[in-house]
Design a protein around this ligand. Structure first.
Ligand code: ADP
Length: 485
């Protein structure tokens, strides 16, 4: 198949979260018979910094939008077997943040991404070999399915093309004022409640759901959860109307990048065969780096996360002082909500030998936390899939998670399955429930090192690679193509 991935971020070029990891890794996992091209915006300064060789393609796409003619040159990068096409438009994409700054989105985000969507469709239409599948990711590509079914319907090169839309996080739907409709030339015949209208506004996620040939989310539990009012973000009824085309496929992680045996950022590499010494060295290096007391017996609790309500940071904060008082240490890497950043930094300033906070986006430190911690905290209120818990398990760090979405699908709770456990789970989204399970986990860490080693072994042995998921996606593509015949 000739497959196009269209997305707003991809590792290793530009990343704000798990979406980038998925778009970076999944195409590489498809294997030889398929050709995959990733189309994304050219965030010039950021992408130049990644050090990859960029080729100007001597090719551009011209789009008339918002009263202007925009000529978008296309650049190319090759990473292993996958080709990246990067859409240049410096005034729109070469900015400080990918989507906005200081927690807010750019006011012209709809212009930025509808332009990107149109250029991507033009590139797919002009491809040497007709595009079989356009695989779109999240609201930033949400207009593509609808444009393909309307304005691009009879476009030569796209007649046989099918479109898949992946929801990586339903909480971000891409909602904008209706006056953009005419400025951007959107297919307004679909601007109604059964289309992409949402309380008088434009909703990119709805546009995708209504028009895509297949919709999937990134875990099976989340695919069920989003049909309920608790998790549906006001789209549960609308999703229910389209549930025949909704499936769930759990993400994997890129085990070339996330590999404790070869990870260049670690003080000491280690393998599943003998993890103890390597992990102990990584823990010591992490404690030193963070200015914490160097104590092998202190349980180190790691957090690598956006600091957003979704991630249950408010369940952690009230517990921090008691945990530190009980001899735990804590390392937090993440940025986001300024209120959470302030509270965490305040505590780290008071307990500087027991707690460290870094609000940067720091890839090496993330690797060091996954390796050097004993447990990873991820008490999410909702979690479409979650990659951090899978990375942690692969590094022998046991996740403490809330039983929701992909966390429920990928972690096996020790307290339910003593033999097969790979982490610890709780249900109620309360600080008390998190505290209870963490205290049990810390007790096990301190008193039953052999059980802990077994759990660590279970966690490291779990297959978190993309192999099975890539197979499921290829099956989904094939089913979608057959259905359309
Ligand atoms: P989400 O996509 O909701 O943010 P995921 O668990 O799916 O959460 O993916 C998060 C990814 O982003 C992981 O690869 C994690 O290591 C990484 N990450 C999150 N915050 C940071 C940070 N501050 N620095 C480095 N990596 C981070």
């Amino acid at each position: 198949m000739n497959i196009f991935f269209i997305a707003s971020e991809a590792t290793p070029l530009a990343k704000t979260g798990g979406l980038a990891d998925v778009v970076g890794a999944l195409p590489q996992a498809f294997g030889k018979p398929h050709k995959t091209t990733v189309i994304m915006p050219f965030y010039r300064d950021l992408i130049m910094k990644s050090g990859h060789e960029i080729h100007a393609l001597n090719r551009s796409v011209t789009i008339w939008i918002d009263g202007h003619e925009r000529v978008c040159p296309i650049h190319q990068i090759k990473i292993n077997r996958v080709t990246y096409w990067l859409v240049e438009q410096d005034d729109l994409y070469n900015r400080e943040g990918l989507y906005g700054q200081h927690g807010g989105g750019y006011a012209d985000n709809l212009l930025r991404f509808v332009l990107f969507n149109r250029v991507a469709l033009e590139l797919a239409a002009a491809a040497e070999q007709p595009a079989d599948i356009l695989h779109c990711h999240d609201w930033q590509t949400g207009m593509i399915p609808l444009l393909l079914k309307t304005q691009y319907r009879h476009r030569p090169g796209l007649e046989q093309t099918r479109v898949i839309f992946s929801i990586h996080n339903l909480a971000y739907q891409g909602i904008f004022p209706a006056d953009w409709n005419y400025r951007l030339g959107l297919p307004v015949e679909y601007f109604h409640a059964d289309g992409y209208e949402f309380y008088g506004q434009i909703n990119c996620m709805k546009a995708a759901i209504v028009a895509a040939d297949a919709v999937n989310t990134v875990s099976q539990t989340y695919a069920q959860e989003i049909l309920t009012p608790e998790y549906g973000c006001h789209l549960e009824g609308f999703l229910a109307q389209h549930k025949d085309k909704l499936t769930g496929i759990t993400n994997g992680i890129d085990t070339d990048i996330w590999n404790p045996e070869r990870d260049p950022f670690l003080a000491q590499n280690y393998s599943i065969r003998r993890p103890n010494k390597g992990k102990a060295d990584c823990k010591q290096a992490l404690q030193r780096h963070c200015g914490l007391d160097i104590r092998a017996e202190a349980p180190v609790l790691g957090i690598v996360s956006r600091l957003a309500d979704q991630k249950g940071i408010d369940l952690i904060i009230p517990n921090i002082q008691p945990w530190l008082g009980a001899g735990c240490q804590m390392v937090v890497l993440g940025s986001g909500d300024p209120a959470y950043e302030k509270q965490l930094n305040h505590l780290a300033a008071i307990y500087s030998r027991h707690m460290y906070v870094c609000n940067d986006f720091d890839e090496p430190l993330a690797h060091q936390i996954y390796a050097g911690s004993d447990m990873l905290l991820m008490p999410s209120r909702f979690e479409p899939c979650g990659l951090s818990q899978m990375i942690a398990m692969h590094y022998g760090t046991l996740p403490v998670v809330r039983a929701t979405g992909g966390l429920a699908d990928t972690v096996t709770n020790y307290f339910q399955s003593r033999q097969a456990g790979t982490g610890f789970m709780f249900n109620e989204a309360t600080p008390e429930a998190l505290d209870k399970v963490l205290r049990q986990a810390v007790g096990l860490f301190r008193e039953k090192p052999r059980v802990w080693s077994r759990l660590r072994n279970n966690a490291m042995r779990q297959d978190v690679s993309w192999t099975a998921s890539a197979r499921s996606y290829i099956m989904l593509y094939n089913r979608t193509r057959l259905k359309a015949l």
